[in-house]
Design a protein around this ligand. Sequence first.
Ligand code: FES
Length: 161
Amino acid sequence: MKVNGKVTRREFISTTAAVGACMCGLNGCLLFSLEGDTPQIRPPAYAIEASDKNLEIVIDIGKAPDLLTEGNAVKIIDSRIKEAIIIANTGQNAFTVLSIACPHNGFEVEYKHDQKIFKCISVSRAEFAFDGQVLNGPPRKPLTSYPIRRQDDKLIVSIAV
Ligand code: FES
């Protein structure tokens, strides 16, 4: 309902929520959710093991079979690791692991296999290379890149502590 020719706050919120629109301009780069569509995996699909200098996230591919498909990605959000990560199957048996939170305002990035980039879901749509470097957009810092290796039916991500 319009009041004195203006859209009411309730109407504005319900309309923008219904279409998933952004509120860019009210608070910079702001959507209603920081989360993208990347599926999250949870134990027992992975375990976290500690060594002297590292934490290792050991992913059981048999329990996270989506990762075997080129172009797919999963995320891990776990309080035992310092930041949430995204793991993408980038093709030809290669995997890339990056921190998932965009350094600009913390929205998640998603893997875009057709473009071979990671892209922030916010309206600013920052883009990142496989090594986490910023290709486009407002972030001034890269995403963190983590080494990953395959060992039989396991993928092992090393995270320095
Ligand atoms: S949060 Fe703004 S570009 Fe990613």
